[in-house]
Design a protein around this ligand. Sequence first.
Ligand code: PMT
Length: 398
Amino acid sequence: MLKGKRIILGVSGGIAAYKAIELLRLLTKAGAEVHVIMTRAAQEFVTPLTFQTLSGNPVHTELFNLIAEREIGHISLADRADLFIIAPATANVIGKIAGGIADDMLTTTVMATKAPVLIAPAMNVNMFTNPIYRENEEKLRRLDYRFVPPVSGSLACGWEGEGKLAPPETIFEEAVAALSPKDLAGRTIMVTAGPTREEIDPVRYISNHSSGKMGYALARSAARRGARVILVSGPTSLSPPSGVELLHVTSACEMRDVVMARAVECHAIIKSAAVADYRPVDRNADKIKKNSERASVELIRNPDILGGLGRMDKRPYLVGFAAETAMVSEYAAKKLSEKNLDMIVANDDSQPDAGFNVDTNRALLIFRDGRSEACSLMSKDDLAGRILDHIAAELASR
Ligand code: PMT
């Protein structure tokens, strides 16, 4: 996801410095090349060796280092960066940057960079609400520095309140968003995700193994690329991606109602949800008693939501999914034409590493004009990126 991206991670001196280790791990795991700069105070909390070992690169601590300065270390670092993150950023460091003071490796490199700068503050609540700090933050925001606000909680200093470093996952998410192209800005994209549940009685239901991972990856990726995202989700255990409008539904009929009500707002709709094809004709008001050896539930077809979207007069760009176990491309192509879609993503559910409830997928993208594109085994995040590349290109050409 961050392959080929060069990120500077500036760590300043606060108790939250240890959380920068987790952030570094997330960044390197996503493929980024990370160069760490530590202030003198930061080294009181965590050793440079920890960051050096995990980043695989020397940690910069001194402005005047004879080896690095042969190529003027802070300037070449600053020039080559795609993104500069400061986490945790103390009131002192933020104050220095706002005041134009560059008296150590971190503040000098920030001053010299043209890369976007993402600042994650962490400090005592009274420092955070101090008007001097507020003025510094506002000044930097006006100058296009981005902030990942701290969260509320009990602070290391004993106080309760705002000032706790944002979770590393949140800072990571903001970093990915800062580095993503904004080719879906101004577009509204609806994604459906997860299973639907069709109740038999108050404690039992019919459903399937969809975890929502594919749909949530699509929603996350579209939001990072600047889209306004409406995520219509069946029951899942996933945390919602940041910056999306999340609408919870349970049954296929509820999903149909929400999707059809919001469809007119959308430039594109991606239906990755695994909608139950049938629901019980009647939902028992009470728990059904096990009085006999055999029992049966009469089922009735659920509405075909995607089919309904395909029949709209002025329909948005429509992407369906097909979960197949045999004759994958033939069945998927049939669904594409029957439901009047622009693209269908066929995943082969006969494979354990693709389809339901795994982090990876293997898919064939089939387009309305007969073209197709095979996507070999990849993460659901990467597949989401490939699908959105096509949607962004198509919407741009309209
Ligand atoms: O959630 P995960 O664990 O990450 O798994 C992802 C997935 C396997 C669920 C996903 O990749 C996928 O294949 N989703 C579609 C599954 C499915 O229901 O396929 P289908 O062939 O039954 O339906 C075809 C299309 O019609 C789908 O876009 C579906 O959303 C839509 N449909 C189906 C039935 C119905 N009543 N209404 C619909 O809109």
